[in-house]
Design a protein around this ligand. Sequence first.
Ligand code: NDP
Length: 448
Amino acid sequence: MSGSSYFVDEIMGVVAARNPGETEFHQAVREVAESVDVVVQKNSQLAKLKVLERMIEPERQVIFRVPWVDDKGDVQINRGFRVEFNSAIGPYKGGLRFHPSVYLGIIKFLGFEQVFKNALTTTPIGGGKGGSDFDPKGKSDLEVMRFCQSFMSELFRHIGEDTDVPAGDIGVGGREIGYMFGQYKKLTNKFTGVLTGKGIGWGGSLVRTEATGYGLVYYMTRVLQDLKMDWKGKKVVVSGSGNVAIYATEKVHQLGGKVVALSDSSGYIVDEGGIKLDTVKRIKEVERGRIKEYADEHKSAKYTEGCSGIWSIPCDVALPSATQNEIDGKSAQILVKNGCKAVGEGANMPSTPEAVDVFQDAGVILGPAKAANAGGVATSALEMCQNSMRLDWPFEEVDARLKQIMNAVYDQSRAAADEYGLKGNLVAGANIAGFQKVAHAMIAQGIV
Ligand code: NDP
């Protein structure tokens, strides 16, 4: 990290004053401001036109009431959010998160990061994010459906296939996208690509389900190549056991690596012989159960209550794929001490700033979320493309495009880091490359 400068201090002063208490948002802005400081110092136009100062203010944010009726007949009230952050290079694009921890600061950190991530994908999409403090866990299908319908009854007026195209995130998978799409269609009488992550057969793209996890592994393959390594025989620890974790594990296994641990918010499992992914898919995708059940079925596995201990398992590569700030400085130190060579962020902002410093000081290559998990949104952009053309591409074609995009994400980040004398710093490289693309478009479009 470049440390604090007058520019960074000024930006952070504004962010803290205008967005009090939104700590995750502050953290996300600080990282970008520290990375692009060097770019702004070199180009006086960026400072004069207050480009980053404009980027940190969302173009629009909507907060709304989401009332619904539970199975007991009681009325429940949740809060819905959609933050439309930046449309300089295309329609707002970014997922919806349903989790009890959701508040404006989380949605803004995710929306802000999305702007740069989407720019890196080489596809024409702006950045946004949304969600609710609704917890789908433990709810019946009908309760989830009623919630999704109520959520969409407000959201529909703010989105559209050419304005804002939401997708999934934590707590929002194929089931939730289906219920929201159905409600959108009923309210508007239009069948359009307004949401991505739709089911196959009604507008969804092949590979979208696998895309974030597969893309993460494609990106990290490039990191390993630079380290003169490949996946064969490598021991890998993946946190989470949701969409990203499952498909990252699948691709690591296909490429000859061995994932030995997975987790959920209750605890983690270790199976030194390699995780049996069929069991995980059934427990998590079909039965919506807990990761603990894996250890009940496989005697080779051990379950431990609590999440952070997962980083004490020795590994060559770590792929945090659960949630923000899940690796703190201490966990990072343990990973380094145990010989971890590379970390690929499947989750958004899973490493605290202290953890990032530990990795970089130790020479552990860190593939930052903005770049490493961009495969999901990139494939969403491919879904939008297929919807506009009213065509479905085969699996191999989408997968090949995904791989090509992840290579481009990596190449741009590495080139930007090299250009600014930050060789090997893929965090700064991703921030600079994403920033430059959005900044260029914003300058061309005037002060709007
Ligand atoms: P899922 O809801 O499918 O899975 C999330 C997983 O992370 C679950 O195992 C969940 O456990 C665990 N988890 C969630 N919150 C916490 C927490 N506070 N502490 C510990 N574990 C937690 O989500 P995804 O796999 O889609 O998303 C995971 C991460 O990847 C998120 O950071 C998301 O923003 C990011 N991401 C996702 C993309 C996608 O395409 N899906 C695209 C790019 C990034 P439990 O079931 O116990 O809650």
